[in-house]
Design a protein around this ligand. Structure first.
Ligand SMILES: [Zn+2]
Length: 321
């Protein structure tokens, strides 16, 4: 039986719905309302690792703090895991917070949907002693009856149409507020330049201490500059991203010049930055290939630092189940 067929079978048994992975993606899940709870099993990527997970959403309140302990001792849960005791290594993969129980474990090739389904079913049986059930009303206004849950950023939620709309309006408003917030480009530039200088110095010191150039350090300079610019600017916008990219390159460049100055000093005894700059520019002109790796990593640093400077997302994605 193919993987998709197995997930679909569980979705049918649970009277829920299967969301297959898109393209080469690893995100697939079965979502179902069961016994007054919202159950999800599926596969996803966490910390760069493929994990299979079973998650239950339950109403806020109740004594959810005691769930973790109860789950790890529950005979049906242990049976579903095929263990006599809840393994220590898996304890930290069980996360309980108000309204959500989450368990995942890495898998290599076969996530085993039936095992996950059995585990989720065992979790469901533990819940009633600790937390309440959803009563078919909207979780936000707690008054409007909701027939079917919706997916909010992938998580099943009981939300009425009015609260969905109100939430979306609020998100649009928050987005506008962010867009109109004054940025401080001068402070961003200044702080970013300081960070690039510090990164360049660290680069040169490392090169002096080890006698080698570690191009990968350029990535660190990129991260440092992005952190500094973002913090000082107060928000992320296009000028900030451009400044970050340029300052990262400048930081690496400065680091190389510092290092060349050190090399000259070790021969002539004087630390002369203008001369070092001229020498380094000549190296770049005569043999640019020697610096390829360095600037490749600098560009990688830029790409990584920019990925850390994405604008915050304000809009939730609400889908029908
Ligand atoms: Zn509502």
């Amino acid at each position: 039986m193919g993987q998709a067929v197995r997930w679909e079978k569980i979705a049918r048994e649970w009277n829920g719905r299967y969301y297959p992975a898109k393209g080469m993606g690893m995100e697939q899940k079965v979502v179902a309302a069961r016994d007054g709870y919202l159950a999800v099993i599926g596969t996803t990527v966490r910390d760069h690792t493929g994990v299979a997970y079973a998650a239950i959403r339950f109403p806020r309140g109740g004594t959810w703090q005691s769930l973790s302990e109860a789950i790890t001792r529950d005979p049906a849960v242990l049976k579903a895991l095929g263990k006599k005791d809840f393994p220590r290594g898996l304890r930290k993969r069980l996360k309980v917070e108000e309204g959500l129980l989450w368990f995942d474990r890495p898998y290599l090739l076969r996530p085993g949907p039936e095992g996950l389904a059995a585990l989720a079913t065992a979790f469901l049986a533990v819940l009633p002693g600790h937390v309440g059930r959803f009563d078919g009303r909207c979780e936000v206004c707690r008054s409007v009856p909701v027939a079917e849950p919706v997916l909010v950023n992938g998580a099943p939620t009981y939300l009425c149409a009015g609260c969905v709309q109100a939430g979306q309006q609020e998100e649009v408003r928050a987005e506008r507020v962010y867009a109109s917030r004054a940025a401080n480009p001068a402070l961003g530039l200044l702080t970013g330049a300081g960070a690039a200088l510090v990164g360049g110095l660290a680069w040169a010191v490392l090169a002096v201490l080890t006698g080698r150039i570690y191009s990968a350090v350029a990535i660190g300079i990129g991260a440092l500059v992005a952190y500094a610019v973002k913090g000082a600017m107060g928000k992320v916008n296009l000028p900030g991203q451009v400044v970050t990219a340029l300052l990262t390159l400048a930081g690496v460049f400065a680091g190389q010049v510092f290092y060349v100055a050190h090399l000259i000093q070790s021969r002539t005894g004087s630390y002369d930055l203008p001369v070092a700059l001229q020498v380094y520019l000549q190296i770049l002109q005569v043999k640019p290939t020697t610096e390829l790796a360095t600037f490749f990593f600098a560009l990688l640093g830029v790409a990584l630092s920019l990925s850390g400077m994405r604008r915050p997302r304000f809009r939730s994605k609400v889908e029908r189940i």
